[in-house]
Design a protein around this ligand. Structure first.
Ligand SMILES: [Zn+2]
Length: 186
């Protein structure tokens, strides 16, 4: 079915609507994680509707603790995700970028998905971690025993130098040749 979603002038109007829905859902994930230490079935269904199949894979990656956040004193951050095949990919949240091939083909070229499973795992992990921090920090320790079963993301602080090196490695991971900064909103 041909989607009449013309991208002649502004690149992908439908995409941006979907994107804002996705953003709202991620905020909702954070809120629910913060309030109840879990996310509801309804929310998972909504996430599945927007993100589709990669959602399961992303949750699986999070469950396995495959997502690690690296940050440096300059305030920059990147994520390293261990893919199901054992290979590591680098995700940048500042520009929604992942070094995996699927990101190039499915997200950039075919525009079949909003995010690859790695970036989705990162986005969910961020929301869950932020929510979990809020939840753990909440005053009443009534449910102390069962803190929360939500997967969170490991965090590693690196020096600015190390961080720069990791970015270099990330660009090397990209084995597909994509012209850098060909087209992009200013
Ligand atoms: Zn990826």
């Amino acid at each position: 079915m041909a989607a009449s979603c013309s991208s002649s002038s502004s690149a992908g109007a439908c995409g941006s609507i979907l994107q804002s829905t996705a953003d709202q859902l991620l905020l909702e994930v954070k809120r629910e994680a913060e309030e109840s230490g879990s996310i509801s079935e309804d929310l998972v269904s909504a996430l599945l509707f927007v993100f589709q199949a990669p959602l399961h894979q992303a949750l699986d990656l999070l469950d396995r603790g495959s997502v690690t956040r690296y940050y440096c004193t300059a305030g920059r951050e990147l994520y390293r995700v261990r893919g199901s095949g054992g290979r590591f990919y680098t995700c940048l949240t500042s520009s929604d970028y992942c070094s995996c091939p699927s990101f190039v083909y499915t997200v950039l070229v075919k525009q079949d998905s909003l995010l690859c499973k790695h970036l989705l795992a990162v986005q969910l992990g961020r929301a869950l971690s932020a929510g979990a921090r809020g939840h753990v920090g909440s005053r009443e320790g009534e449910e102390e025993g069962k803190s929360s079963s939500l997967p969170t993301v490991d965090e590693v602080c690196v020096t600015d130098e190390e961080f720069g090196r990791m970015l270099m490695i990330a660009s090397g991971e990209m084995d597909t040749t994509v012209p850098p900064g060909g087209e992009g909103p200013r």
